[in-house]
Design a protein around this ligand. Structure first.
Ligand code: AMP
Length: 394
């Protein structure tokens, strides 16, 4: 069966068509600038690139173009939409309503609409994409795979904030966590690789957005992102954990309202804000090597906070058997991995700095030299999780 995986952002629509016999993508593509002048679709099938530049005022038009591209006579991957056996939608937020992947029906859409307030940037796009897809492909089964669902196994002591309980009850203010499909995939791969499930695993998804999860016996017990993806690690442009009193202080000093403040914390802070150079770790490493002190500081702050989260999750689980690195930085940035793993012998980690610098990209790699804790690079594959979960439901 071929499964189409859709990941809708507010102005984008990424897609992959995956052949579930081989679990390999047969087409990958993205529509950019939906609803903005200059919309463009790019697709790759067998190394052949197709580009369509056409106005895409909304997700329905974009999805129609995706089907057109997939069925393109020269550069497409299928000859008829009948070849699409199912669609898996990445949906940002499950609220407290879904603990796993569900088949989409009217009731599921209504619950997603109720939960849209929890993800005001992404949820409307996710819902619009689901609706247009149902209209254009009636009869094709569709699943919603939630970015938060893997974290639904957290206990109240981990997900509650120290705010008034009534505000949790009435407004559902609590930690939800994100990047769930990635944490689920890499912890699952670690379990398969090590051949047992009774493991304490810390998964570090380090990319432009970064989060860390503590996974015990295959279930998430804690995660660093919170009510929104703003909490936790210092990220590309997000501040991560911060004393909330800073908000009022800076709003007063800089004359910002709360929306400007949140935009600032999401888009202008993190390693970008500290360094003043870039949110991309390759640029920061190059700048550090050229003597830029602020770029160096941004990288040090990033590594320090990852290290603190690893320590706190080892404490929460009474130890750690395996640390997993994934995401653009986790999979590729050997300098950052080395900085994080310096002085971890207190945990029983015997990190092999040579293996770390001579790693192979795109496959599971061991970075330890024996010791109590396995350290692995595991390339993430969120689209494959979405396709697998969709197939499982069918
Ligand atoms: P992601 O959001 O998972 O795609 O990760 C994106 C980030 O990964 C980029 O902003 C870079 O900072 C980082 N990255 C990707 N490739 C490399 C690399 N070869 N070396 C260092 N950092 C990398």
């Amino acid at each position: 069966m071929k499964i189409l995986v859709l990941n809708a952002g507010s102005s984008s629509l990424k897609y992959q068509l995956i052949d579930m016999n081989t679990e390999q993508p047969i087409a990958k593509g993205a529509c950019e600038r939906i609803g903005i002048p200059g919309s463009k679709l790019t697709q790759k099938v067998n190394g052949q690139e197709l580009v369509i530049e056409k106005s895409m005022p909304n997700h329905t038009v974009a999805f129609n173009l995706v089907l057109e591209a997939l069925m393109d006579k020269e550069k497409g991957a299928i000859t008829s939409v009948d070849e699409i056996g199912a669609v898996g939608h990445r949906v940002l937020h499950s609220g407290e309503d879904f603990k796993g992947t569900v088949l989409i029906d009217d009731e599921v859409i209504a619950i997603c609409e109720k939960n849209a307030v929890l993800g005001p940037l992404h949820m409307p796009a996710n819902i619009a994409c689901i609706k247009s897809c149902r209209e254009i492909l009636p009869g094709v089964p569709m699943a919603a795979v939630f970015d938060t669902a893997f974290h639904s196994t957290m206990q109240p002591k981990a997900y509650m904030y120290g705010v008034k309980y009534e505000d949790y009850e009435q407004f559902k203010v609590r930690k939800y966590g994100f990047h769930g499909t990635s944490h689920k995939f890499v912890s699952g791969e670690a379990i398969k690789y090590l051949g047992r499930e009774d493991l304490k695993i810390i998964t570090c998804h380090l990319g432009n957005g970064s989060s860390i999860s503590a996974v015990k016996n295959g279930k998430c017990v804690d995660t660093s992102m919170g009510f929104t993806p703003l909490e936790g690690l210092t990220m590309g442009t997000r501040s991560g954990d911060i004393d909330p009193a800073v908000l009022e202080f800076l709003m007063d000093k800089k004359g910002m309202d709360i929306h400007q403040m949140l935009n600032y914390l999401n888009k202008e802070c993190g390693v970008m804000g500290v360094s003043g150079v870039s949110s991309d770790f390759r640029d920061l490493t190059a700048a550090t090597k050229a003597g830029n002190e602020r770029a160096k500081l941004a990288l040090e702050m990033f590594a320090y906070r990852v290290k603190k989260y690893i320590g706190s999750y080892a404490a929460a689980m009474n130890g750690v058997d395996c640390i997993v690195f994934t995401g653009g930085i986790g999979e590729n940035d050997q300098d950052m991995r080395a900085a994080i793993m310096q002085d971890m012998d207190y945990l029983g980690v015997n990190f092999d700095f040579d293996k770390n610098s001579n790693f192979k990209r795109g496959c599971i790699q061991e970075l330890d030299n024996g010791g109590k804790v396995k350290v692995l690079i595991i390339p993430t594959n969120e689209e494959l999780v979405i396709a697998r979960e969709t197939l499982e439901l069918l």
